[in-house]
Design a protein around this ligand. Structure first.
Ligand SMILES: [Zn+2]
Length: 134
């Protein structure tokens, strides 16, 4: 399943990723079906430049609020401050929510941030299309 998001949402994800440099950023794309309507930045509890983790308590709270609003977790977003927009081995091993897409923002070229999306199932990554609509 591909993902559709607005240019505005795209900019928000990029600016969040830039704001936490040199650490990896992470957050959720939330919406319904394949259409993302908002981005929720989450703290990287590892505070690392090469890995991310979302605190389990924050994760549980985020899922609770989604149940209340009836929205869905469409994608888990994280950034690679200096690497390519491709899942690392750790990303593939730690993809605990196969129903959600994984979006990776590469800031390796600061002028041209890149976003690519994947489904990660049983440690295998399959690229999907991320459509940006203006
Ligand atoms: Zn990664």
């Amino acid at each position: 399943m591909d993902i559709t998001l607005s240019g505005d949402l795209f900019e928000r994800m990029i600016s969040h990723a830039r704001s936490v440099l040199p650490q990896e950023a992470c957050g959720f794309l939330i919406g319904t079906g394949s259409h993302a309507s908002r981005f929720q930045a989450m703290a990287n509890s590892l505070a690392s430049a090469t890995a991310y983790e979302i605190d389990p308590a924050l994760l549980a709270a985020a899922f609770r609020s989604l149940r209340e609003t009836g929205e869905e977790l469409i994608g888990i977003v994280h950034s690679h401050p200096s690497g390519p927009a491709e899942p690392s081995e750790r990303d593939r091993r730690q993809a605990f929510y196969p129903q959600a897409a994984h979006l990776i923002i590469s800031l390796a070229d600061p002028e041209r941030p890149q976003v690519r999306g994947y489904r990660i199932i049983d440690g295998e990554a399959y690229e999907i299309e991320c459509r940006i609509v203006i």
